[in-house]
Design a binder for this molecule. Sequence first.
Ligand code: BDR
Ligand code: CA
Length: 309
Amino acid sequence: MIVDTDTGSDDAVALLLAAASGLADVRAVTTVAGNVPLATATRNALISLQTAGRPDVPVHEGCQSPMTRALSTAQHVHGQDGMGDLDLPDPLRAAEREHAVDVLLAAPRRLPGELTLVTLGPLTNLAAALLRDRDLLSRYRHVYCMAGAADLWGNVSATAEFNVWADPEAARVVLRAATPDQVTWIGWDVSRRDAVMTPADQLRMERLGTPMATFAHRVNRTVAEWARDVTGLSGYDLPDPVAMAVALRPELAVERERAYVDVALGDETRGQLIIDRRRSAPAPNLTLVRRVDETAFKQLLFDTCEGPR
Ligand code: BDR
Ligand code: CA
């Protein structure tokens, strides 16, 4: 597996799942600007892998801004450091020299059809890679993206989800190259509907008391506060861990849809998915996950964070 991430607090938990669940062999992590500036995302990815007991996984920095737009972060949600403003110590290792886009291009050429790619941030790195190799998606076993809000229930606007909104041009590049057998998107609406970390779940995580559980609980401190105090929702959502869980165990996706999907670029609707369900629609280009198995997702989350028994 390769994970592309704008590591904020829920990306961090997704990295724990990838690196410590025993369900994947993580070969590299690539970083992109999104939730936080690029250097912060890289730092957080290194810290997360270290917490998962995998400091050996190479981390590669990628694009520091969206394709055509200015970077707009979500530090008001995830904390200035993207990790709940915990003042975490510096990681023991540094990032590699090779650029993330070069890694996304080269890795599946070495292992054709064997690597799963999971993207947890804006699609800038993947789009940049696709502009250099238009057949890239077919070189992966499958590509899973935490992206969009198929039910048009957004988190950054009424209808748009952050990762697509942050770099809609990149999202369009990916959609124009995708096929539903190669690419699956898991949207924010799914995590909000089926996988909310309720106050009881938060307490359970805190009480597990293992290093990974404590980390997963604490880095999401500001996200929990934001959900409670600003959005008025009970509990917070974990969109990246949900997407990662589907990549690790595809049967967790209990409802899917194949459709032709585009993304709106205009100011009022920026980042909104345009899902064409007409009989005359173009052939589907994407698989959208619509529901996940909440119980199985949380079992995987708690089991992983508990660590080896
Ligand atoms: C996405 O943006 C961030 O809040 C999360 O890390 C996730 O990747 C959800 O819209
Ligand atoms: Ca993310």
